[in-house]
Design a protein around this ligand. Structure first.
Ligand code: CMC
Length: 435
C-alpha cells in the first residue's frame, strides 16, 4: 500500500495504516492507537513545534537547506529588485501582483488610512519619555481595537478588508509617533502625496521645513527592507497572530500579540541585540575572544542561526547589497567592518559550520538602520511595520480556512495526581459554615 504509514504498536501487537499526504500524517490519526478502550489514544509531543505543521498555507515558501524564500511563488530576490512594498503587500494578501489600476486603487486606499485618531495620539503622549518604542507600538495597536468595534466581525469579508487597510496605513504613523516621542519631538502628520516608505521618513524626520523631501536612495532602501521583512511563514510572531486570531479576537488585538512575540531577542528583537553585541565587541581585534565566549556557551552570536535556514538567509544577502547604497549616502557605519569580520571568522569556524549557523536577516539590518539615523530601540518597530502585512495575510488565510479551529494544544501532565488541603493549611479568615 502506497502513501500510508504502517505502525505496529508493540504494547498491543495491533498494527495501523495511517495515510500520508503532503509528507505529513495527521496527528489525530494517532488517537485510534490505544492500549484499551479507556485509553485516551496516542498523542505527539513537540515542544516549540519543531516538526509540526499547524496549517496549510499558500503564502510563503521557504527551503531552509537551499536558502530559498518565495512569496506566492515569486523569489524574494526578484520582488526586492523589481517591485515596491505596497505591490508586495497586495501580492501577499490577495495572491497576485496587482495590475496597474488595482495598484493605484490599493495605494489610494492605504493612503486614506494613514491618519490616526487624535485621542490615540494623546494616548501615546501618556508614555514615559524613555518608553521602549516597541512597548508603545504593541499597546497602541491594541488600543486601536477600541476605536473600531466593528472589527470584531472577523467573519465579515468587507470588514476584514477595511481593518487590513487601516492597519497597513496606520502602523507607520504609530511607529513614527513612538520614535518622535522618544526624542521629545512634536508629532508629524502623514503626507499623503508621498509613497509608503517616503511618508514614513517624513513622519520621522520632518522638522520646520514646510514640505519634507525624502532622500530617494534611503526611501528605496527602506522599501526593500520592508519587502524582505513582509512575511516569513510560521515563525513565532505569526504563530501568535494565528493562535490569538483563532479565538476570533479582532485583528488589532491579534496583531498586538504578534508584535509582542516579535519583540523578543530571539525573534525580531535580535536586530537591536546585534548592535549591542557589536558595541560590546568594540573592535576587530576583540572578535576572537568574543567567538570563544560564544563557543563556551556564555552568550550567543546574535543575528546568526535560524530554526528553518540551515544555509545563508537569502534576505541577509540582499540586505548586505542594499547597505552599500545606503552607505554611499550616509557614510559607512564603522560597525560594518566588525560585522563582516565576525561573519568571516564564524563561517570558517567548526562550531558554526557543524551547527549550520549562518547570518540571518537581523545581522546586517541594524547596521543600515543605525547609519540611517535610528537608535537601536527602534529596530524591531521597523521590522513590525512590514511584518504587519504578513501577519494579516496569515490571519486572513486562517479565518477563511474551514479546517481551522481555536488553537488549543494538549499537554503531558507532570504534576501531582490528587491531594487535599490539610487542616493547618486552611486559611484562618475563611468562615467555615459548620463552625
Ligand atoms: N550563537 C551561538 N550558538 C547558536 C546560535 C547562535 N546565534 N544559534 C544556535 N546556536 C547553537 C545552539 O546553542 C545549539 O547548540 P548545541 O547543539 O550545542 O546545543 C545549536 O546551535 C542549535 O540551536 P537551537 O537553539 O536548537 O536552534 P533553534 O532553532 O531553537 O533556534 C534561533 C533558532 C534563531 C532562536 C537561534 O539560532 C538564536 O537564538 N539565534 C540568535 C538570535 C537571532 O538572531 N534571532 C533572529 C532569528 S531570524 C529573524 C526572526 O525570525 O526573527
Amino acid at each position: 500500500m502506497k502513501d500510508f504509514l504502517s505502525i505496529l504498536d508493540k504494547r498491543t501487537g495491533k498494527s495501523y495504516d495511517v495515510p500520508i499526504s503532503d509528507g505529513t500524517i495527521r496527528a489525530m490519526d494517532l488517537r485510534q492507537i490505544k492500549t484499551d478502550p479507556e485509553d485516551f489514544g496516542l498523542m505527539t509531543y513537540d515542544p516549540a513545534f519543531t516538526n509540526t505543521a499547524s496549517c496549510r498555507s499558500a503564502i510563503t515558501f521557504i527551503d531552509g537547506d537551499r536558502g530559498i524564500l518565495r512569496y506566492r511563488g515569486y523569489p524574494i530576490e526578484e520582488l526586492a529588485e523589481k517591485c515596491d512594498f505596497l505591490q508586495v503587500a497586495y501580492l501577499l494578501l490577495f495572491g497576485e501582483l496587482p495590475a496597474e489600476d488595482q495598484y493605484k486603487e490599493w495605494k489610494d486606499k492605504i493612503t486614506l488610512h494613514t491618519m490616526i485618531h487624535e485621542n490615540l495620539k494623546k494616548f501615546m503622549e501618556g508614555f514615559r519619555h524613555d518608553a521602549h518604542p516597541m512597548g508603545m507600538f504593541v499597546s497602541t495597536v491594541a488600543a486601536l481595537s477600541t476605536f473600531y468595534p466593528e472589527a470584531r466581525e472577523v467573519k465579515n469579508r468587507q470588514s476584514r478588508k477595511l481593518q487590513i487597510m487601516r492597519l497597513i496605513g496606520k502602523v507607520p504613523t504609530i511607529a513614527a509617533y513612538a520614535y518622535r516621542h522618544s526624542l521629545g519631538l512634536p508629532y508629524v502628520y502623514p503626507d499623503n502625496s508621498l509613497g509608503y516608505a517616503e511618508n514614513f521618513l517624513n513622519m520621522l524626520w520632518k522638522m520646520t521645513e514646510p514640505k519634507y523631501t525624502p532622500n530617494p536612495v534611503l526611501a528605496r532602501a527602506l522599501d526593500i527592507l520592508f519587502i524582505l521583512h513582509a512575511d516569513h511563514e510560521q515563525n513565532c510572531s505569526t504563530n501568535a497572530m494565528r493562535s490569538v486570531g483563532s479565538s476570533q479576537a479582532d485583528p488589532y488585538l491579534s496583531l498586538s500579540a504578534a508584535a509582542s512575540a516579535l519583540a523578543g531577542p530571539l525573534h525580531g528583537g535580535a536586530n537591536e541585540e546585534v548592535l549591542r553585541m557589536l558595541d560590546e565587541i568594540g573592535s576587530v581585534n576583540s572578535i576572537p575572544a568574543f567567538i570563544e565566549k560564544v563557543k563556551s556557551g556564555e552568550c550567543k552570536l546574535m543575528g546568526f542561526g535560524h530554526r528553518v535556514y540551515k544555509n545563508y538567509d537569502p534576505r541577509a544577502r540582499i540586505i548586505k547589497k542594499a547597505a552599500e547604497d545606503v552607505f554611499e549616502v550616509t557614510g559607512v557605519n564603522p560597525k560594518l567592518e566588525i560585522a563582516k569580520e565576525l561573519e568571516r571568522i564564524a563561517l570558517n569556524d567548526e562550531y558554526f559550520i557543524k551547527r549550520k549557523l549562518y547570518p540571518n536577516v537581523d545581522f546586517y539590518s541594524g547596521i543600515i538602520y543605525q547609519a540611517m539615523g535610528f537608535h537601536p530601540e527602534m529596530f524591531t518597530v521597523l521590522f513590525a511595520i512590514p511584518r504587519t502585512v504578513g501577519w494579516l495575510a496569515q490571519w486572513q488565510e486562517l479565518i477563511e480556512d474551514p479546517e481551522q479551529k481555536i488553537a488549543r494544544p494538549r499537554q503531558i501532565f507532570t504534576g501531582h495526581e490528587i491531594r487535599h488541603v490539610e487542616r493547618e493549611q486552611e486559611a484562618s479568615n475563611v468562615v467555615v459554615a459548620a463552625r
